[in-house]
Unconditional design. Sequence first.
Length: 223
Amino acid sequence: SYPETDMFSNYVQFSLSTVLTQKIELVANLEMEAVICYAPIWNTTKWGSKIYKLNILEISPPVMAGPQMEELRWIANQTNASVHCPVKNDGPDWPTVWRKNGDRLWDPGMFVREVNGFSSLTFTRVSHLTQGDYMCLVQNPAGSANKTFRIIVDVDGLSRKIATYSSWHSASVTFVVIVVLALLAGIGFLAWKMKLQKNIIDHFTRVVFRETPVAQPGEVTGN
């Protein structure tokens, strides 16, 4: 029996012969059935051969689900935000390549995860540096497909939250200050009123003592 090799149509494959360890390059097509390698046998006039039977598999180009461009709006400081590359692909799990604005990914705050042929890009924490165009690219021997995610970071949303909190905090502080001032005013009013009452009582006491005659020694008061 001959060794059998699976190959994909229109895909460049490399194989090593067992005799001269020479590389041969093949571009497979559906009409190919086998590859025969001939080599001279050392110190004889004979030739040896080895046959590799080929099983050519026909595949289709990868297809992306949904629109080719998708726009997403995230809020700054959002955590564990992800985008998924929704590709339908024949054959094995061909690798997915991610790019940001045409360049390779460099931010340590994001990571790629491959599960059952599906690729996702996750951001541990969203910041203004996250904003940009992210493209996932999948290629197989039959073609390629890509999808772009335009991520817009809403810093204003965070600012509105901060402004709302600041307004609430300012209102709370203002309310507390008003309450404290009202209490102080109330205490001051009570203290003033008590002092006023004391002054009135002292005044009447002095008047009463002034109008009451004081008996001298040896005098008898009365009618």
